[in-house]
Each structure stands twice: as C-alpha cells, then as structure tokens.
Ligand binder design. Structure first.
Ligand code: NI
Length: 173
C-alpha cells in the first residue's frame, strides 16, 4: 500500500468527469483502492475520490465511525431529498471550511470492490454528506462550487497540534 499525493484545487484532474470502471476484477484497480484507503487514513479524512490522487476513474472510499469503511465503484445518486446546512471541508482545498447545503437523505447505487451491486440509503448522517461530496468529485465538482462566493470560506487554523476538538469534527473528504 502506498500513500499517494493529494491533488489540490487548480489541478485540472479535479475538474474532469471521471471514467466509468468496466472491469472490477483488475489488480491495478484493487491496488488503487488499497492506496486510496491508506491515503485517506494518513490525511486523515472521511472520504477520498480517485481524481484526488490524480486518477480520473469513478472510484471513491469513505470511512465514518458509524458506517465503517467502504469502497464504491461507479457510485451514483439515484435519489436524494430534503436540505440541510452543514460545515464541510475537502482534502483538495486545504486550510478552509464552509457551510453548504446538502440533502437530508441520499440513496446511492454502486458496486463494491468485489463487483457486487450495493444500494446505500443514508439519512442525515456523515455518510450521507460524504456520499454527495465524493460523487461530486468524480463529476468534477468541488464543495466550494456550492458556495455563492469565496467570501464564505472560513480559514481553519493551520496547526493540527492546537486544533480544538470542535474544529476537528469538520469532515475533510
Ligand atoms: Ni473532497
């Protein structure tokens, strides 16, 4: 497993519509997933999409305390409803967070890393937020695109050492 460099906003790969995976049973895809999990843990973050490590493929990994670790291939939102305001951050937009609007309930269809079809329904959880955030990534969208103005970005204190726990709760994905 390797920790991969994370691409930062401004990198064109983050703006591409990522390509669909045709073959799940591929050692290089399985390797990519393992590397993405290692990179997400190292960051640390709640989620990571393949374009964030420079790979324009529809693969995301997410890990939350309540729902555990999942790798999703070709994920798509099949249903979403409601609205809620949430603080959000992104590993590709370091140093900032902002409040944005996400859905209350999200249903996602995907393949797991074994190629089995999965359907995930998340309601008002960190998972629901992360699913929308990561699926945005594979469509070339960053959370900052949901803001009316860059003035809404709030700087996060740079030093991890003196970060207060409240701030640490903002999900970086
Ligand atoms: Ni992100």
């Amino acid at each position: 497993m390797a920790i991969l460099p994370i691409r930062i906003a401004g990198d064109p790969v983050l703006r591409e519509k990522a390509k669909k995976i045709r073959k799940v049973d591929d050692p290089s895809l399985q390797q990519l997933i393992d590397d993405m999990v290692a990179t997400m843990h190292n960051a640390p973050g709640v989620g990571l999409a393949a374009p964030q490590v420079g790979v324009s493929l529809r693969v995301v990994v997410i890990e939350t305390p309540d729902d555990g670790l999942m790798a999703l291939i070709n994920p798509e939102v099949v249903k979403s409803s409601g609205e809620r305001r949430l603080m959000e951050g992104c590993l590709s937009v370091p140093g900032y967070q902002a409040e944005i609007t996400r859905s209350k309930q999200v249903t996602v269809k995907a393949l797991d890393r074994d190629g089995k079809e999965v359907r995930i329904k998340a309601t008002e959880t960190l998972l629901a937020q992360a699913l929308e955030h990561e699926i945005d990534h594979i469509n070339g969208i960053l959370y900052i695109d949901h803001l009316d103005s860059a003035d809404e970005l709030i700087p996060i204190r740079p030093s991890i050492d003196d970060a207060d726990p409240q701030e640490a709760e903002v999900s970086l994905a």
